[in-house]
Design a protein around this ligand. Sequence first.
Ligand code: SF4
Length: 253
Amino acid sequence: MNGYIHSIETLGTVDGPGLRYVVFTSGCPLRCLYCHNPDTWKLNDGKVMTSEEILEDYEKYRPFLKNGGLSITGGEPLVQLDFIIDLFEKAKKRNIHTCLDTSGASFTKDGDRYAKFKKLAKYTDLVMLDIKHIDKDLYKKLTGGDLSETLDFLDFLSKKTNCNIWIRHVIVKGYTYDTTSLYRLGYHIGQYKNISSLDVLPYHSMGVNKYEKLGLEYKLKDMKPMTKESAIKARTIIEAGMRDRLLKHEARY
Ligand code: SF4
C-alpha cells in the first residue's frame, strides 16, 4: 500500500526506545502554534512509498536498530490510517518493534474507522501520545483541534488494547505552563494503568525559519524557549496530579 512520506530519519534517538528508523508522514489536521514541522502539514504531499519499500530500506539498518525499531510520526500519522496499519502489520511479521508517535487527532469511536483503530492497535507495541493541553478551550486555541479525540484515544488504548503508552507534553509559557493545567493533566492520566513513561518537553523555537520559507506567520515569535528546569518543575506538578488520582484523593484544582 502507498503512503505519502515527508522524510525518513534512519537512526533517530528521540522517537521511542533505542535507535530507531523514523518515518515522517505527510498531513496533519492540527495547527499547533509551536509546531516545528509545518512543512509536514499538507495532505497527499511528499514522496509516495509503499510499505514494502520502507521495510526493505529498514533492513539495511537492522543491525543498528536491534534495541530500537520502527517509529512513525509526522505530521499526524493517523490521517493515513490504512497505510500505517499495513506498514505496522508487515513490520510485525518481520519482528520489528513498532512505535506510533501521535496527537490522537482524528480518532473516532464510531463505525468502520473505529474497527481500523482496533486493527492498528494489534500491530502497535508503543504509542507516544502527545496531549497538548488538558482544557478543551485552550486545546482548541493552541492546536485548532478537538481535545476529545486525544482523550478518547487514550481511553481506548488503555481499556481496549495491550499497547504500551508514553505520554508527551510540551510546556509553553502562557498556554500550558501553569499549576492548574499541569495538575489537571496529571490527575486525568493518573486513572490509567498502562502508562509507562511521561516526557515533559520544554518549548523551543527551532523550525521558525520553515515558516518564513513557507510564507506562513509564526504566531509565537516573541516567545522565549523554555528551560529544562521549567520542564522538571512541570513534571513534578503533573506527577502530583497522577499520585492524587492513584490514591483516590479529591482533585486539588
Ligand atoms: S500535531 Fe504535530 S505536526 Fe501537527 S501541527 Fe501539531 S506539532 Fe505540528
